[in-house]
Write a protein that binds this ligand. Structure first.
Ligand code: URA
Length: 239
């Protein structure tokens, strides 16, 4: 990444503020003064500004195994939010949830301080798939699979055709996976409801190439690995 961009992102500065500091020779990259704003540096380079390491202020990308019962919101005075599970520096670095899961939805929730990455992952134009597993009431059959494949007409829009994979179909409840490339409010729940099935439990398993870490306990989070971040960025042409 260009040095002025990295410094701006890392320290929450504008590009022009970052350039001024760099040109003034106040920035060390891996221990060496670097005064060229256009220098290419690794995202993980150790930056030191006026002798202060900026390591703690780098871009942040996290995945959480969201528990049911928490809102996906920056802050809510009445109810608990997913931000309550993160350390305070996450919010301070502008690390925000990418899209929303309903209060009762569980599973993969991505957080990033990179606004452009978040924007691209959510844009319906980019068609990044989000895979959900749903336990629903009643017995799912071919009729629902066909309806999902055609595209379901909801009150305010027609959902794009989606692949519904039935994993288990019993008389009382069924288990299925569905992948969407758009994310309207309560879309999965409304699509099943349209077919006469109530969603009893909903878990997101994947966003594009990023899978929920099966070792991540409910309510726990971790930073993305370099490989995970690279794959996500590639998926939205940010490589
Ligand atoms: N679809 C839903 O209905 N709820 C979610 O939380 C996500 C997708």
């Amino acid at each position: 990444m260009r040095l002025d961009k990295l410094l701006a992102q890392s320290a929450g500065l504008s590009r022009s503020q970052a350039r001024e500091l760099i040109r003034a020779g106040r920035l060390l990259v891996d221990g060496q003064v670097e005064a060229r704003v256009e220098a290419r540096v690794r995202d993980t380079a150790a930056l030191t500004l006026d002798g202060q390491p900026l390591r703690a202020l780098r871009a942040m990308h996290l995945m959480m195994n969201k528990p049911a019962g928490l809102l996906t919101a920056a802050r809510d005075t009445r109810a608990g939010t997913v931000m309550d599970l993160l350390p305070p520096q996450a919010a301070a670095l502008g690390c925000m949830p990418v899209g929303r899961l309903d209060r009762d939805t569980e599973g993969l929730l991505l957080f990033t301080s990179d606004g452009e990455l978040a924007h691209r992952l959510l844009s319906p134009k980019r068609k990044v798939g989000k895979l959900y597993e749903a336990r629903v009431s009643g017995q799912l059959g071919q009729a629902a699979v066909d309806a999902f494949a055609r595209g379901i007409q909801l009150a305010d829009f027609t959902a794009r055709p989606a692949l519904l994979q039935v994993l288990e179909a019993r008389e009382d409840t069924s288990l299925a996976r569905v992948e969407l490339t758009e994310g309207k409010h309560r879309q999965v729940r409304r699509m099943f409801q349209n077919q006469g099935h109530e969603v009893l439990r909903l878990t997101r398993l994947r966003i594009g190439p990023l899978a929920l870490d099966p070792g991540l306990e409910t309510g726990a989070w971790r930073e993305l690995s370099k490989e995970e971040l690279r794959a996500l960025r590639e998926a939205v042409a940010l490589a």
